[in-house]
Design a protein around this ligand. Structure first.
Ligand SMILES: Nc1ncnc2c1ncn2[C@@H]1O[C@H](COP(=O)(O)OP(=O)(O)OP(=O)(O)O)[C@@H](O)[C@H]1O
Ligand SMILES: [Mg+2]
Length: 366
């Protein structure tokens, strides 16, 4: 549906050049919800604007539904209004002087796909039902809550049935609770309509919840691409490990790598740990061992056969409602370990033994 190949965009500013997007390639399949995730300034919006046609890339190619809309080599640059794209931006850009219905029908009245009046009315009703704004058609948009305005923006983007919907942080102006609700609403809506979406966010949880696949960006480049669970469990490098989810890191040196490069032993300042070594890691190499707080089992007594068990002391206990987060001193490291709130809570200062199964440890080049 959407193919981006070798996309590069450099800005010239007062103090030099900013390489906003550097050699970015990815593909979004029909019906897929695909996210670009990354910290502020990593090039997400610039990528989206290039695809929309609001920005001219320096080089690369963009195809929408097998039609080239940009190619630096072939000198193709299809203008914005000729790309069949719906867009929702961070500032909803809902027109305050119009009613909800006027806002939503705008693309059908003024856009490329003009429809007869009664047809427009019917379509607007349907789409407002979809975003659960049934009774608000006649309400001036200035009298809506943030969440309602956001849904108006989504409805307006959907009404002309674009092949592809581009969304740039559409939920970022909402309060925390509404954000989470809207996340699930969006997910349901896209699933039902089988829409193709390219979604931009710096919120890792949002990307994990919504996406079929995602690309993590850093410094204008795509650093990892894949389904959310793969990226969460097997981050490609320390940046992704730190940006997506909460991460524990312990540094060490490979002291045992068997022939197959599979089961290995890493020596750290707090003990030796068994783990699966990636192919390219060799004996003697310095590595970081990465594991998630929920991958750790906490024991309150020393285990019989202590493989991958490290002793520690509870430093802090934080109850967050859906879990208990422990900060545990293991030598010089603070290890985060989580349990569900129905497990008997531990006390501050208590001795514990942390067990990290080998298959839950990821070895990353230091
Ligand atoms: N028009 C411009 N002129 C100069 N530099 C720009 C321009 N637009 C973006 N940049 C720079 O390009 C880089 C990428 O910006 P971009 O807006 O794509 O980031 P982003 O990932 O969307 O960030 P955020 O999460 O903060 O929205 C930044 O360093 C930014 O300062
Ligand atoms: Mg942005």
């Amino acid at each position: 549906m959407l193919t981006v190949e070798g996309l590069t965009r450099t800005f010239v500013t007062g103090d030099g050049q900013v390489q906003a997007v550097h050699d970015v390639s990815f593909e979004v399949k029909t019906g897929e919800f695909f996210s670009l995730l990354g910290p502020s300034g990593c090039g997400k919006t610039t990528t989206l604007r290039c695809i929309a046609g609001l920005e001219t890339p320096d080089s690369g190619e963009i195809w929408i539904d097998d039609k080239p809309v940009f190619s630096s080599k072939k000198g193709i640059m299809v203008p914005v209004h000729e790309r069949e794209i719906g867009m929702v931006f961070q500032s909803y850009a809902v027109w305050p002087h119009m009613t909800v219905a006027q806002n939503v029908s705008y693309p059908l009245v003024h856009g490329r796909r003009k429809l007869p009046r009664n047809e427009t009315k019917k379509r607007v009703k349907e789409i407002l039902h979809l975003v659960q704004l049934d009774d608000l058609e006649a309400r001036p948009s200035s009298l809506l809550s943030g969440g309602q305005q956001q849904r108006v923006a989504v409805a307006r983007a959907l009404v002309a049935e674009p092949q592809l919907l581009l969304m740039d942080e559409p939920l970022s102006n909402l309060d925390a609770k509404l954000r989470v609700e809207m996340r699930h609403e969006l997910r349901d809506l896209f699933e039902r309509l089988k829409l193709t979406a390219l979604y931009v966010t710096h919120d890792q949880e949002e990307a994990l919840v919504l996406s079929h696949r995602m690309a993590v960006m850093h410094g204008g480049r795509v650093v990892q691409l894949g389904p959310p669970m793969d990226i969460y469990k097997e981050p490609a490098n320390l940046f992704v490990a730190g940006f997506v989810g909460t991460t524990n890191l312990i540094e060490g040196r490979v002291v045992g790598a068997d022939g197959a490069g599979e089961r290995g032993l890493v020596e750290t300042a707090v003990g030796k740990l068994r783990c699966a070594l990636p192919q390219q890691v060799v004996q003697g190499q310095r590595v970081s061992l990465m594991f998630r707080p929920e991958a750790v089992s906490i024991h309150t007594a020393a285990c019989g056969s202590p493989v991958n068990v490290l002793p520690g002391h509870v430093r802090a206990v934080v109850f967050t409602g859906n879990r208990i987060e422990y900060d545990i001193d293991v030598g010089q490291y603070h290890v985060r370990a989580d349990t569900n709130p129905y497990v008997a809570p531990l006390e501050k200062g208590q001795s514990v033994w942390l067990e990290m199964p080998a298959d839950r440890i990821r070895v990353l080049a230091a």
